[in-house]
Design a protein around this ligand. Sequence first.
Ligand code: PEP
Ligand code: MN
Length: 356
Amino acid sequence: MIITISNQASSEERAQLMSLLCRITASRMPLATTHISGREVIALDNTVLDVQSQQLLLQQPAVTELLPMKTSYQLVSRSFQPADTRILIGTGHACTPITVGGPSASPVIIAGPCAVESREQLLTTAHAVKAAGANILRGGAFKPRTSPYQFQGLGVEGLKLLAEAREQTGLPIVTEVMETEMVDTVAEYSDILQIGARNVQNYALLRAAGKHSAKRPVLLKRGLASTVEEWLLAAEYIVAAGNPNVILCERGIRSYDPQTRNVLDLTCVPLIQELTHLPILVDPSHATGRRELVPAMSRASIAAGAQGLIIETHCDPSTALCDGRQSITPEQLARIVAETRALSHLMQGSELVQVA
Ligand code: PEP
Ligand code: MN
């Protein structure tokens, strides 16, 4: 059930609503409001609201509407907000802002190394991906590695290098946050917080990414074995905690064939667009694990309707400390950018032809 709060409600009326909600839920769930498509809302599980509670809520001067929802995810549902969410990236720092999402936007290309390894590696790659046409720079400062003996990232030093790369190139940056306690620090340096596949069920981290004061947009990867519903509920955690700016990213799901690192589930792209208003990007690098498959899967992702791509790109993939096998060169990226932009224009043109 989604409760819409009147924008004319006084602070006393709001406090009265909150204390009623605390009573109804027996204070068993955190209550936060979210501003989404011009409305201030709170969502509650339908099961906690009996008819009597609903009547009580409707009598509250602070409540304008109760909207029953049929799905477990609510605020991210397409039935709550029919229009695509469009998210403006890069407003918190001096850089070139870019919009993610919406039907007519050209696909957003995020590129950069898996990990920030050194100043020279990052700055060389950042300038090269910008020249290749990327809109946003990626790079992990905190790396979730399968083995504790592998390179774990440069930490805060890596964040500082990313900020320097943004200053030099004007590209907004996206970087992963792995710990709740680091959300504010990562948000201070970055333009998008990435929550990785391994943390999609870290509910404390999801909530912290929803609540943090800078309200940076969040790039939420699909988990290695997440169902679409579990993934949307992970997004719901962030939105319900107060941050409506979530970008989903399909990065492959685990299967049985070791030929590829994961299986790229492109079916989920149009499916996600039917179920939610949030933007969806595809990561063909982690999905395939093999650089020679990245161009074809990039084209296929755009053809499936993805609103952008995140592609691991390294100035010298053979020396990469992390995920070199799937990293492409800036020259290969330039070709993918040209192909995917042409494909997207073609698709927008064909839509116009069909409408006519
Ligand atoms: C990454 O983007 O470098 C990464 C670790 O991705 P994922 O969480 O999808 O594995
Ligand atoms: Mn990687």
